[in-house]
Write a protein that binds this ligand. Structure first.
Ligand code: FAD
Length: 535
């Protein structure tokens, strides 16, 4: 290559002399023939100290031999080589040299010289290593975290995740971030999109992930999720002078399924305890009210008889008749006293009837009420070897009512079904012990159907079973016959209907219907004490 006519030859030398890069020219054996001032600054050696020496004088002897072998192999092919070498300065300190060696080929095609150019990149390397170390440290911390973490780009593609997150991919069989974000969006509605648009953090949201996969599906899992945003400067060359930002979404999800299970178990246990207590009080209330009702009949008859006697009294003329009258009067007094005492006793009995406990009326999803009832009854069902088939309607509008009242009623109906199936009859062993529970959504009402494969209820008792004190089992077995009567009371209190299907022949089918829209629910706090008795 020759200098262009416009460029004086000494410019080449001046350019090399004044270059900021450390430049050396060697012979073909790497013996130094020339170094520029930048070389002196970088290596600490003066020109006079290096000229005639081999370039190896800079070697700190820790660079692997393989690097030199590849360096020389490349140069032997008359190709430039670039790489990193660990060099030692004149003061003994080491530095990292980013070196490029270019062979200088003469007119005969032989390598006559080498041009070496290097710069000290120790600081850059130090910073790079620091960044790598920090990245590795952050990654190991993130990986060790017991929380699933993932980073999503603006198109919701996962760009970084940790071990817990990877485990979730295996467990859920789908991209966990997409499931959690979809569920969060469903849960938060428009609020989610607003928060996303404004890049607002979303903290501690509980998200339920329903299982997929049919029969072998596990139960639902729960996570607390948090979303936060951060932006990164675009590192591409295009954005060097015009910085652009990229936004990333950091999603963390901590599994709380076990905690939820425990909370659910506590809730179900408390609900069961509450129902049992309420049932006890209601049963006491209904029994006392029933007893009062039963006693009122004979007492009224007695009162009528006394009034009749009173009208006949005092009509005698002679002494014998007057004596007779006196005896009757004494008898009347005794009867009236007994009657008064009986009424007083009846009033005391009425006063003993516990008041109905008021319960807030709220919109209820009967699927959830029944699910709770099934959970409460699981042990009994399992203990009796009964299989439950549960067919909840996919969509069920809310019914307005008292949650514990309805739960208590359905629990009682289910207990009746279990008890019925536990009654062994000839040939029953061959029958499947099955309870089927349906919820159905009709145009103007919601219906709950409970079927069992027990002995069933004879058609002639279809209405009688709802009367108070009617029982097919007898008080000796602890049955007062108040259960279905109370169930009917609860259903009518909700404006609904309950009946036994006469056409069902495989056992018993109880149908309970609740009207929609104008659902009426009696205000329990204002109900009179006697309203427990069906009319
Ligand atoms: P050496 O005994 O010198 O050689 C190590 C390996 O290289 C052996 O396998 C040997 O066969 C091979 N080798 C050595 N010389 C030649 C050759 N002339 N032809 C073919 N193969 C050969 N080294 C540094 O450590 N730091 C530098 O800054 C540096 N700058 C250089 C700049 C230029 C322009 C050139 C040409 C070389 C430079 N070198 C540099 C390389 C240096 O010359 C030595 O090869 C290297 O330092 C290893 O030295 P050594 O004494 O440890 O091993």
């Amino acid at each position: 290559m020759s200098a262009t006519p416009d460029l004086p030859p000494n410019v080449f030398r001046q350019a090399v002399e004044q270059a900021a890069l450390a430049i050396s020219i060697t012979d073909a054996e790497a013996n130094i023939l020339y170094v520029n001032p930048a070389f002196e600054r970088v290596t600490g050696y003066k020109q006079g100290e290096v000229l005639g020496n081999n370039q190896s004088m800079l070697s700190y002897k820790v660079t692997p031999g393989l690097v030199y072998e590849s360096l020389w192999a490349q140069l032997a092919r008359q190709r430039a080589w670039n790489g990193m070498l660990v060099n030692r300065r004149s003061d003994g300190n080491r530095y990292l040299a980013d070196l490029t060696i270019t062979p200088v080929v003469d007119a005969e095609g032989r390598t006559s010289h080498f041009l070496g150019m290097h710069r000290d990149v120790t600081e850059v390397h130090h910073l790079e290593r620091q960044v790598q170390n920090q990245k590795a440290m952050i990654e190991s911390v993130v990986d060790a975290a017991q929380v699933a973490i993932c980073l999503l780009d603006e198109r919701d593609h996962v760009v970084l995740d940790n071990q817990e997150y990877k485990k979730l991919i295996g467990d859920l069989g789908r991209e966990p971030a997409s499931i959690l974000l979809t569920n969060l969006r469903q849960q938060m509605g428009a609020g989610f999109d607003t928060a996303r648009k404004r890049r607002q953090a979303i903290r501690h949201r509980e998200v339920k992930v329903e299982p997929t996969g049919g029969m072998n599906a596990q139960s639902a899992r729960w996570f607390t999720c948090a979303l936060s945003w951060f932006e990164e400067q675009d590192a591409s060359a295009d954005a060097f002078y015009e910085p652009t930002r990229r936004h990333y979404l950091l999603l963390t999800a901590q599994e709380i399924t076990e905690l939820k299970r425990q909370q659910e178990a506590i809730r179900i246990n408390s609900l069961a305890a509450l129902l049992t207590e309420q049932e006890r009080i209601q049963s006491l209330r209904e029994t006392l009210a029933g007893a009062v009702y039963q006693l009122e009949g004979p007492l009224n008859t007695l009162s009528a008889a006394v009034r009749l006697l009173e009208r006949r009294r005092g009509k005698g003329e002679d002494a014998a008749e007057r004596n007779e009258c006196q005896r009757e009067e004494a008898f009347d007094v005794a009867i009236e006293t007994a009657l008064r005492n009986s009424h007083a006793a009846l009033d005391t009995l009425r006063a003993c009837i516990p008041h109905r406990q008021s319960e807030a009326v709220q919109p209820l999803n009967l699927n959830e009420v029944l699910r709770d009832v099934l959970k409460m009854t699981t042990a009994d069902l399992l203990g009796s070897g009964i299989v439950v088939e549960w067919y909840p309607a996919a969509e069920l509008p809310p019914v307005h009512g008292g949650a514990t009242q309805l739960a208590a009623m359905f629990r009682h109906l289910l207990a009746n079904a279990i008890e019925a199936m536990n009654e062994r009859r000839v040939g029953d062993h061959a029958r499947e012990r099955l309870v089927r529970l349906f919820t159905q959504f009709h145009a103007d009402h919601v219906e709950v159907i409970l079927e069992d494969t027990g002995p069933g209820i004879p058609v002639e008792w279809r209405y009688k079973v709802f009367e108070p004190f009617f029982t097919t089992k007898g008080a000796a077995r602890g049955h007062l016959g108040m259960g279905l009567s109370m169930a009917q009371d609860t259903v009518s209190g909700h404006g609904g209907l309950i009946d036994v299907d006469p056409d069902y022949l495989d056992g018993c089918r109880v149908r309970v219907q609740f009207p929609l829209g104008n659902t009426r629910h009696r205000d329990e706090s204002t109900a009179e004490t006697h309203d427990g008795m069906p009319t």
